[in-house]
Every structure is written in C-alpha cells, then in structure tokens.
Design a protein around this ligand. Structure first.
Ligand code: NAD
Length: 299
C-alpha cells in the first residue's frame, strides 16, 4: 500500500520505519529537513508538502505535537485535505483534544475522506519495537480498514468507539498516570524521610494495595527499579512537559462538559512547577524532586 506519513519526530520516525519494514511504500513529510533525510536514507520518498505527500497516497497517517499542528497539516493551503483523493482514509495518531479531531472529521467528511483518531501509548520504546497500543476512534468499517496498517506499528489495536473516543481514552489514562506518579512520589519521599529504605518500601508497596505502574515499573526513587528513568537521571522517558500537555487536554475537555477534576487540576499545577524549575524535558517521575528540600541530596 502507498502510505503518506507526516510528522517524523521521536514517535513518528520509528513508526514510519516499521511501515517500511512491513513492505509498504512510503512518502513522508516533516518541517524538519534532517528528519526527512533520515527516512529517505531508509527508503521513503520525500514530498515538499503535506498536500503533495497525500496526493498519491492510499492512506495518510499524521503524528504531530499538538492540535495547532494537526489543524495546519490538514486544513492549510498546503495541507492534506487540499491534496488527498476522495475516499482515502486518514489517521491522526497525535495526542490532541477530542473536539479538534471531531471538527476535523466533519471537514474531511465533506470531501469524502473518513478520518480516525488513533493516539498511542507505549512511548518511543514501543514505537521502535512496533508494540504500541493504538486507541482508535472510528466508524466500525473504517476501523476494520485501518487495523492491518496499524498492526505494522503496534501490538494492541483497540476500537474505543466513534471519532474522538480514542483521544478520550488516551487523556483519561494519562490523567490516572499523572496523578498516580505524584502519589507514589509523595509516599516514597515521606517513607525515606521517616527512615525506611527506598527499596524495602517499594517492595512492600508493590506486593500491597499501593501497587501501580508508577510504583512497580517507573518508580521515581533512583535505584529502586534499574530500568526506570529515575535510575538514569530521569532521562529517556516521558517528558514532564508532555504530561503537562496531556493534563491540560484533560482539564480543558472536562471544562467543556462541566465535569470537576479535583486531582487532575492539582496535578497539572504540580507538573507546571516541574516545568518552571527547568525539568520539563526530564521524565515525569522527576516530580519526586518537588518533595525534596534544597539541602537534601536529590533523589
Ligand atoms: P516530536 O516533537 O518529537 O515530533 C513531532 C514532529 O512533527 C517533528 O519532527 C516536527 O518537525 C513535526 N511537525 C510539526 N509541525 C509540523 C507540520 N505542520 N508539518 C509537518 N511536520 C510537522 O513529538 P513526538 O514525541 O513524536 O510526539 C508526537 C505525538 O505523540 C504528540 O502528540 C505526543 O503527545 C504523542 N505521544 C508521544 C509519546 C512520547 O513518548 N514521545 C508517547 C505517546 C504519545
């Protein structure tokens, strides 16, 4: 199949490579020429715009930072909708708000293009290994059509419901994740301050009712989990700024339906403090540093 792939960043580039490996013909576009050259070296054709990339494609995938980039890429004069043939399915895998993808779907439908939201979880490791989870919002026939293509990049392709529900699933999951990481950080910092060894405490939590992914896989205390970002200076994980973005999506979406998010709103402010402290590029588990006094050795 001839696929147009737009947005070749930390996630998009390895996802596009997995499509090439699966034997698909790829035309790629990104604003960053270095990202384009790297994919070209791997066998992709390069287009000068999203419009040109989409023009010959049987399938279009986008993986962009935020809603503003998604709108520009689909609706701009050099965008996907200006070039794509009617009937070609479109998939946006960026994490954005449900309202934007629903508005875009109405626009795309007018010219005969079905569109799905398919945000992912699994991080850059999952993108490289082709083991991502896709949370798909699409009409059932479109879901069946795009499943074989998404399967080249992911292990779990989950149909969440109609357009927008993939984003709903994604922001609700990350709402839990952002809050639970703060809870684990608070408890680990308190336990150590009160004199228990961090490894012993984590061992108890992870065989007790406090157990969760933030405690047993990505524990924020250094040295507790060898493979966690905390054990390598909080590098190479899921940036606190990305968590801040996702909590912003959750609180905005909640406001649109007058749904209170007590802890979500507080968590958003705590990650904002992490970002203000200059740690937004570090893994979000670095939020534990908010609990450590300046004179203490940092976790
Ligand atoms: P990134 O910033 O590394 O990459 C985004 C790419 O989009 C860049 O190469 C940029 O040049 C390109 N771009 C921006 N505007 C463009 C435009 N108008 N036309 C063409 N290209 C454009 O971001 P990422 O880490 O790859 O994340 C992409 C999306 O996936 C985000 O919505 C993010 O929240 C989500 N996500 C990221 C992770 C992660 O661990 N990084 C995990 C799950 C989901």
């Amino acid at each position: 199949m001839h696929i147009a792939f737009i947005g070749l960043g930390n996630m998009g580039a390895p996802m596009a490579r997995n499509l090439l490996k699966a034997g698909h013909a790829l035309t790629v576009f990104d604003l960053n020429p270095t990202a384009l050259s790297a994919l070209q070296a791997d066998g992709a054709a390069v287009a000068p715009s999203a419009r040109k990339a989409a023009a010959e494609a049987d399938f279009v995938i986008t993986m962009l930072p935020a809603a503003t980039h998604v709108r520009a890429t689909y609706l701009g004069p050099e965008g996907v909708l200006a070039g794509v043939r009617p009937g070609v399915p479109l998939v946006d895998s960026s994490t954005i708000d449900p309202a934007t993808i629903r508005a875009l779907a109405a626009e795309a439908k007018r010219q005969g293009n079905p569109i799905a939201d398919a945000p992912v979880s699994g991080g850059t490791g999952g993108a490289q290994a082709g083991t991502l989870t896709f949370m798909v919002g699409a009409e059932p026939t479109l879901f069946e059509q795009l499943k074989p293509v998404l399967s080249c990049m992911g292990r779990n392709i989950v149909h969440c419901g109609d357009t927008g529900t993939g984003q709903v699933a994604k922001i609700c999951n990350n709402l839990i994740l952002g809050i639970s990481m703060i809870g684990v950080s608070e408890a680990m910092a308190l336990g150590v301050k009160l004199g228990i060894d961090a490894g012993v405490l984590a061992g108890i939590v992870n065989t007790s009712t406090g157990r969760c992914w933030a405690a047993d896989t990505c524990n924020p205390y250094p040295g507790v989990i060898e493979t966690a970002p905390a054990s390598r200076g909080y590098s190479g994980g899921f940036g606190a700024d990305l968590m801040l973005k996702d909590l912003g999506l959750a609180t905005d979406a909640a406001r649109s339906v007058r749904q209170p998010l007590f802890l979500g709103a507080l968590a958003q402010q705590i990650y904002q403090a992490v970002s203000q402290a200059g740690d937004g590029h570090l893994d979000f588990s670095g939020v534990i540093r908010q609990y450590q006094a300046k004179e203490e050795p940092k976790a």
